[in-house]
Design a protein around this ligand. Structure first.
Ligand code: ADP
Ligand code: GLC
Length: 508
């Protein structure tokens, strides 16, 4: 795309301001990559307490927009480390509180999540329609995940609206609420119904994105196909198939400044694909930090991630005895389901020389594991993209992944053909079973011990891959162009046709 577009990038988390997972990484790096491509980008997020404590120099903007509570204000500043404009939706009652962006201190969903993200969506819509006195109307509003789902729906009712793009980072999370919520949120009645926000009788935020956005994408080409099937469509496959011409997959990039083993400030020693000597020092430091015996020739497995069903943690738990029997070591960093946390802690307590576990969220430690481990485990049941396996590739840590979603799109299996071709970067397995994972792990352990040259070739091939945002950000520009074309067509239709749909009665 040649012209500069005005892009309003909407997200419920963005690193380094606030992050719970990969969405935070993407929202923290894609806008800057778009800016490098000379786009006029502004990122808008909720003004969580954690963000207010981190960002200084914010300007306050009072807004008086229809449908937006008077207590809501906008704060304007710069996204840290970039020249990207930052807007914060300041609704203290909803966002200025102790706890995570979606969960309270006990790990439960905030009970007012529907109200919190509906207020966010209404405010973002007002900004998108240039109703908040900012004198800036975006050409495209780029929404991410269910927290932004109402925005394309609300905007669809306005003939002078910007184009909308909705990115699915994880279709497993719908933002699904009791049908009465539709009334309490005071949403426009036209949006109710099976072609709208209703899903199995309830209110689905994500459906707002899927049904109304001009273009939809997921974060890898394979996941874009998978979600059109019953197995991974979560009941939304019908709608996604109906909108298949508007659905595409764009592989995530990673922030090459943040994740660079040659300059990473968290590492014990720098390294790169030409000089891997620092990698051994990082392994030693990691073993020391986790209280594991410092053995250079023991395969050290690493895992970083949310400890939830999606990530196949149960499969990892199932193969730990075999890993121990093979004299391998394992370090785990993560938090999530209490039962997974406890099982991991129990195994670590029983085998302190083989397994070490850190429960919690720790950004530097995530970098240290990526740098110090030999092998990274990512046996996800499904994985829209996955960033950790990409970080692993960049850090010369050979990933073992299940053949699904973005894992299938980023890791090249070390079979004989790929090894001979020099393209292998990791290990894949098909079936979501502990046997599948163990077979792949055995292949890795064997290659590690018996063919050090080939092993090094895997490491170097992975490190040389280009997963920077350069390519992917360009794909997003093309997606924005398509969205604008479709918006133009749809608005033309809207103007040509008189309103045809009777407003459904409530309650239905
Ligand atoms: P998902 O978004 O499904 O959690 P991704 O692989 O896309 O999975 O991204 C996860 C991101 O969150 C990575 O940047 C990873 O390093 C980070 N992460 C996950 N759990 C932790 C943790 N306990 N401590 C530090 N970083 C974590
Ligand atoms: C989601 C997905 C993960 C993806 C991330 C960023 O959290 O689970 O696979 O990498 O979003 O798009």
């Amino acid at each position: 795309m040649s012209n500069s577009q005005k892009i309003l990038f909407v997200a419920s988390e963005a690193y380094p301001l606030i992050k719970t997972g990969g969405l935070g990484d993407v929202a923290g790096s894609l806008p800057a990559a778009l800016k490098t491509l000379k786009q006029d980008v502004c990122i808008i997020m909720p003004a969580y307490r954690e963000i207010l404590q981190k960002v200084t120099g914010l300007t306050l903007i009072s807004i008086h927009a229809e449908g937006v509570p008077e207590t809501v204000r906008l704060l304007e500043g710069r996204f840290p480390g970039t020249s990207v404009k930052l807007l914060l939706v300041d609704s203290p009652h909803h966002f200025d509180r102790q706890g995570g962006p979606y969960l309270d201190a006990e790990g439960e969903d905030w009970t007012d999540n529907a109200e919190r993200f509906a207020t966010f969506a209404k405010t973002v819509s007002a900004v998108a329609l240039n109703q908040t006195g900012l004198d800036w109307q975006p050409d495209v509003v780029h929404c991410n995940d269910w927290q932004c789902g109402l925005i394309p729906a609300l905007l669809s009712l306005h003939p002078k609206r910007p184009a909308t793009v909705f990115t699915i980072h994880n279709l497993a999370y719908h933002g699904y609420f009791h049908p009465d919520t539709f009334i309490t949120l005071d949403l426009p009645k036209q949006l109710w119904g099976m072609h709208g926000l209703e899903f199995h009788g309830g209110l689905s935020f994500i459906k707002g994105g899927l049904a109304y956005a001009d273009m939809i994408n997921t974060v890898s080409p394979t996941y874009a196909k998978e979600i059109r099937s019953q197995a991974l469509g979560y009941g939304l496959e019908g709608l996604l198939n109906y909108r298949a011409k508007r659905l595409t997959g764009i592989l995530n990039g990673i922030d090459y400044k943040e994740w660079n083993p040659a300059t990473d400030p968290h590492l014990a020693a720098p390294f790169n694909h030409r000089d891997l000597s620092g990698k051994a020092l990082n392994k030693q430091a990691l073993q020391q930090q986790f209280g594991l015996p410092q053995r250079a020739n023991t395969p050290l497995f690493g895992l970083v991630g949310r400890l939830v069903e999606q990530k196949g943690i149960d499969l990892v738990l199932a193969i730990i005895p075999q890993l121990i029997a093979q004299n391998a070591q394992l370090v785990v960093l993560g938090s999530g389901d209490k039962r997974f946390q406890q099982s991991l802690l129990d195994i670590a307590a029983a085998h302190p020389y083989s397994v070490a576990v850190h429960i919690g969220y720790n950004e530097p430690l995530a970098h240290q594991i990526e740098a110090g481990a030999d092998i990274f485990l990512m046996p996800s049941r499904f994985e829209p993209c996955g960033l950790n396996q990409i970080y692993s590739l960049r850090y010369g840590t050979v990933p073992i992944v299940r053949h699904t979603g973005g894992l299938a799109d980023t890791v090249v299996d070390a079979n004989e053909i790929n090894i001979a071709a020099g393209s292998a970067t990791g290990f894949q397995f098909e079936t979501s079973t502990s046997d599948g994972l163990w077979t792949a792990s055995q292949r890795a352990i064997q290659l590690y011990h018996t063919q050090p040259k080939v092993w090094q070739q895997l490491m170097v091939s992975g490190m040389k891959q280009d997963f920077s945002w350069k390519q992917s950000a360009r794909h997003y520009l093309t997606l924005y162009e398509h969205a604008i074309q479709h918006r133009n067509d749809d608005v033309a239709d809207m103007n040509r046709l008189a309103p045809v749909q009777a407003v459904p009665e409530w309650p239905l």
